[in-house]
Unconditional design. Structure first.
Ligand code: CAA
Length: 379
């Protein structure tokens, strides 16, 4: 196993780091305060060739690997967890099922615009009564001639109010439950699609998350992804990759907060010496750095498995569980180390702590990750 990043991965890391410093860091606090999504900066990522990293060039991607993609999410999230998840949902939860299960025509139509910065994608699986129990969806897709007619609603969709396109899961055979679910790509400009409540959130405040309603929406049969009844498996396979994105977001938040705390502890003097010269905080930072290190190893291992087309459901669940728990611990400790300053908005770590919380919840709570991992142990 090679622990070094390749030249290509280092180039992406540097390009994203430069982009973040110039385009994302300015205004991050104000965007959090006002719940404003940096739409122009998001689109600029596509125009600079920094989106769709892990997809082939023929579909508008960059022909890179999954570690490069994880590094990109990490770099964004070190400074702004909101754009980190918006980017991940667009390039993973939205794009993956199209890439993997869409026809050539569908791939050529719906992938390039979300990679080149023209359009944005979202993912609609969760419903008011189908969260962790994702198979409990009740949205219906009824076949009529060459179309499906979709009726129902989705909630908690990241990018929802910004999205031009959506992956939607709906029951084509309701009597079969989860085995009757199918996946579609739809356009939000179509008649009958509407955005519902836009959520007011604790963290990732500048990311846009909303409900979506479908009323007699006519979807061409060619927009079915895979086959009828394959929807649940498509959702699960898609979430395997999505969890690598959330793990990368968590790792980025952890690294960002750690660095702020590290610098602060070298500058700030109490009891006649810098905080870092006191053994308790220094040892605590050593523990946190070690946790960041093993989180990174698990993340890159999962991303490498994806790149090598090896099974990665369990590695992705382990990476998601570990990186996001590390994010929560490091950001909380960073607030503690900065003391009164840490609690104030100017120092960023309180925002990172709020952003970290959701990483333990979405794309499968960390309890669901334990369910997936433990399920593989006792077969
Ligand atoms: N890849 C492919 N197929 C898979 C799979 C995977 N990773 N995991 C399961 N399957 C298949 C199984 O093989 C099984 O197939 P058969 O019926 O042919 O045997 C089928 O799917 C059912 O599997 P399970 O019995 O394991 O399914 P389950 O009902 O017990 O549920 C679960 C499993 C892990 C709990 C699942 O429901 C789950 O992941 N829940 C969490 C949902 C989630 O992550 N939601 C987040 C939505 S996105 C979001 O957060 C919003 C956002 O915008 C960020």
């Amino acid at each position: 196993m090679d622990f070094n990043l390749t030249n290509e991965q280092l180039v992406i890391q540097k390009a994203m780091r430069d982009f973040v410093e110039k385009e994302i860091a300015p205004g991050v606090m104000e965007r959090d305060e006002k719940s404003e999504f940096p739409i122009e900066q998001f689109k600029a990522l596509g125009k600079c060739g920094l989106n769709g990293i892990q997809y082939p060039k023929e579909y508008g991607g960059q022909g890179g690997d999954y570690i490069s993609y994880a590094i990109a999410v990490e770099e964004l999230s070190k400074v702004d967890g909101s754009i980190g998840i918006a980017y991940s949902v667009n390039a993973s939860l939205y794009a993956f099922p199209i890439f993997k299960y869409g026809s050539e025509e569908i791939k050529k139509k719906y992938l390039p615009p979300v990679f080149n910065g023209t359009s944005i994608g979202a993912f609609g699986l969760t419903e008011p009564n189908a969260g962790s129990d994702a198979g409990g969806c009740v949205t219906i897709a009824k076949k009529e001639g060459d179309n499906y007619i979709l009726n129902g609603s989705k909630c908690f969709s990241t990018n929802g109010p910004l999205a031009d396109y959506y992956i939607v899961f709906a029951l084509t055979e309701p009597e079969k439950g989860a085995k009757g679910l199918s996946a579609f790509v739809i356009e939000t400009s179509w008649e009958g699609v509407s955005v519902g409540h836009i959520e007011d959130k604790m963290g990732i405040r500048s990311a846009k998350v909303s409900e979506m309603f479908l009323k007699d929406v006519k979807v061409p049969a060619s927009n079915l992804l895979g086959e009828e009844g394959q929807g649940f498996k498509i959702a699960m396979a898609t979430l395997d990759g999505g969890r690598i994105g959330v793990a990368a977001q968590g790792l980025g938040l952890a690294k960002g907060a750690f660095e702020i705390a590290r610098k602060y502890m070298m500058d700030r003097k109490q009891f006649g010496k810098p905080i870092c010269a006191q053994q308790y905080p220094a040892f605590k930072m050593a523990e946190l750095r070690t946790k960041i290190e093993y989180s990174e190893l698990l993340l890159y291992k999962a991303a490498q498995a994806e790149t090598e087309h090896k099974p990665y459901t369990i590695p992705a669940a382990m990476a998601k569980l570990t990186c996001t728990d590390t994010a929560m611990e490091v950001t909380t400790q960073a607030v503690q180390f900065l003391g009164g300053n840490g609690y104030m908005k100017d120092y960023h770590v309180e925002r990172m702590m709020r952003d970290a919380k959701i990483t333990q919840i979405y794309e499968g709570t960390n309890e669901i990750q334990k369910l997936i991992i433990s399920g593989s142990l006792f077969r």
